[in-house]
Write a protein that binds this ligand. Structure first.
Ligand SMILES: [Zn+2]
Ligand SMILES: [Zn+2]
Length: 487
């Protein structure tokens, strides 16, 4: 009798659990069906942003498109946050957990390109979405709306927030969200990036700081009174010379780049009184970053001393950390990427892709990868990608998980006309919908399985260390809102 009662209890419990599971999957369908039925909506949104590519902190139209769509779908939108007119936070729901999704929308200069598989600018020298941020923002917004539909249908308690983060390309928009404490109270943040493969992100990035060195000398007639002149351009050239010698003696994964933003005049017969050089320094951690930065600063001081000029150093705000990865979060995203699977292109899309692949000398068989999800590779976890992202600063404030879906043709370089072309077609939109589905499934897992969230948070706290406090790398500066405006 006792045995029968126990069996009965077990049976009831299992049935209850199965019912819960079935319920989760039925309701999950609400989110997935919404995305499947919304191809037209998100195709239109991504293409409208693609057609009006706006540079960092100038994304008025692009940001407004997302804000409008989120408002129409029941989100409360707060705009102009953290001192950035194009930044916003859109919120739906109440209580915890609070899940954030990052949305970017800035474009790049000089990459104007038509949706054709050969180089053809729409506007010569114009802007273009070479990093696919028109897709990035759209996929994040689509995912957030799908999650909202699920929260509503399942009567689940919890909050979803879209962080509309401007100026990823060099402006460090997310750093100012972090600086303003806007990630406080957020449990976890989901992120993605348009890609040429379907894969979870297992790689960290380089920390980065931007500095300008402004040299001042004395103008004089270059032939008549050269002894009275001190050339600011000499200062810049001497500095660059020293930094180029320094390159051999820094860690091999660090990077230093510069451009001369004020070349020191227009006439060779005038000793240049003003010249400016703008640097990026990148390194795998903050200690190395500051070590190299000090040596670059020393080169500037040495150059000024030797050329009889003065130098003013300006560390710009928006400097960024290396990404803090989170293994349990990565594994959760991998599971959901695999549930969604790869992407199928139709004949027209495939023909377009083959032509693009041809332009980058990519073997046609590489295109097969689009149909699959890359397996999770424990051995490459934590490797460094030699680039930087402001997502990193978010990742030191709250656990962040990131992935990519195929929106570009395999083999296309980053920031290329090929990516502008492919991203602006239905190839881009298909990647957007795949990303939105991964967001939806992952958020549903996090809302319904508290233990998952706990394990991700435990890993995060463990990696950051006890009493960790986030401080921006350049703490005393706000966003440089005109960094993309030609002065
Ligand atoms: Zn980029
Ligand atoms: Zn990007």
């Amino acid at each position: 009798m006792k045995k029968t009662i126990i069996s009965l209890v077990v049976l009831i419990c299992v049935t209850h659990l199965n019912a819960q599971k079935a319920d989760k999957f039925t309701k999950e369908k609400v989110a997935i069906d919404y995305i499947n039925h919304s191809f037209g909506i998100y195709d239109k949104i991504q293409k409208s942003i693609w057609a009006t590519p706006e540079l960092g902190f100038l994304e008025e139209k692009s940001s407004a498109v997302h804000q409008k769509h989120l408002t129409e779908n029941g989100f409360q939108v707060e705009k102009g946050v953290a001192g950035m007119p194009t930044a916003f936070i859109a919120t739906y729901g109440s209580g915890s957990p609070v899940i954030g999704i990052l949305a970017e929308f800035d474009a790049l200069s000089g990459l104007s390109q038509d949706t054709v598989p050969y180089r053809k600018a729409l506007i010569e020298g114009g802007n273009g979405h070479g990093c696919g941020h028109q897709l990035l923002g759209t996929g994040s917004v689509a995912g957030a709306v799908a999650i909202k539909k699920w929260l509503e249908a399942s009567h689940t308690k919890g909050t979803i927030k879209v962080f509309g983060t401007p100026a990823e390309e060099g402006g460090g928009g997310k750093v100012f969200f972090a600086q303003a404490g806007l990630f406080n109270g957020i449990d976890i943040v989901l992120d993605w990036h348009p890609s040429d493969r379907n894969a979870v992100n297992t790689k960290t990035s380089l920390a980065r700081i931007s500095i300008t060195y402004h040299f001042t000398g004395k103008a004089a007639h270059a032939a008549g009174n050269p002894e009275k002149g001190r050339s600011a351009l000499d200062g810049v050239e001497a500095m660059n010379q020293m930094v180029n010698a320094l390159r051999e003696h820094i860690p091999s994964d660090a990077r230093i780049h510069y451009v001369i933003t004020n070349g020191g005049g227009l006439s060779p017969n005038v000793v240049p009184a003003e010249a400016e050089v703008s640097y990026y320094v990148r390194a795998k951690n903050i200690e190395e970053l500051f070590d190299i930065l000090t040596r670059v600063d020393n080169a500037a001081d040495g150059a000024a001393l030797g050329t009889g000029t003065q130098v003013i150093k300006n560390r710009l705000g928006g400097a960024i950390y290396p990404v803090l990865l989170n293994k349990p979060f990565t594994k959760l995203i991998q599971k959901n990427l695999e549930r969604i699977g790869g992407i199928e292109w139709n004949e027209q899309e495939l023909a377009f892709a083959k032509e693009i692949a041809n332009s980058t000398n990519t073997q046609p068989e590489e295109l097969e990868k689009v149909k699959t999800v890359e397996p999770y590779n424990e051995s490459t976890f934590g490797q460094i990608l030699p680039s930087s992202t402001d997502v990193a600063d978010v990742s030191w404030n709250v656990p962040v998980g990131s992935f990519g879906t195929v929106t570009f043709i395999p083999g296309s370089p980053g920031h290329s006309w090929q990516n502008v072309a492919a991203g602006g077609t239905t190839i881009g939109t298909k990647g957007v919908l795949a990303a939105a589905k991964v967001f939806a499934l992952t958020a549903i897992d996090l809302f319904t399985t508290p233990a998952l969230l706990e394990s991700i948070k435990a890993e995060f706290n463990n990696l950051r260390g006890k009493d960790y406090k986030y401080t921006p790398i350049v703490p005393d500066k706000g966003p440089e809102l005109d960094y993309r405006i030609k002065k």
